[in-house]
Design a protein around this ligand. Structure first.
Ligand code: SF4
Length: 133
């Protein structure tokens, strides 16, 4: 599944970044991008529209699903069975990220990158448009 998502990401990001670069400043297109991004990524990844997508660098596991919203690896409170210290019913997003990233081809090394601090001003905006700028 993660390999399929990786291919889908590669194909769609080229297309979407081209369209976003061309039309992202148009208000209506911007709104459509936000709605489309939310409608597709929310059900697939639990996207919370942080506006700075790093899915391809975290094994397609959204780091914003972490109750602490940690974007640079697990907090150290991961239980021995891989569940979250705050919510024992959920698998740590970083356990999933690590398992998935080892199955990826193109992006398998990206998990080693240090992520910048989250810019909360971008919440609710389209990461596709933001990344095309
Ligand atoms: S990293 Fe941000 S934009 Fe990407 S899926 Fe998670 S909340 Fe959405």
């Amino acid at each position: 599944m993660v390999k399929l998502l990786e291919i889908l990401y590669l194909v769609s990001s080229k297309f979407l970044s081209g369209v976003a670069r061309k039309y992202g400043d148009n208000r209506i297109m911007n709104l459509l991008f936000v709605k489309f991004e939310w409608a597709t990524k929310k059900p697939m990844f639990g996207c919370q529209m942080c506006g700075q997508c790093i899915l391809h660098e975290t094994g397609m596991s959204c780091p914003m699903g972490c109750p602490k919203e940690i974007r640079n690896g697990p907090c150290g409170g991961v239980r021995t069975d891989g569940t979250c210290e705050l919510d024992p019913k959920m698998t740590c997003v970083w356990v999933t990220a690590w398992e998935n990233t080892n199955k990826m081809r193109v992006f398998s090394q990206k998990i080693d990158l240090i992520q910048k601090p989250l810019d909360r001003r971008l919440k609710g905006t389209s990461a596709w448009i933001n990344q095309s700028r």
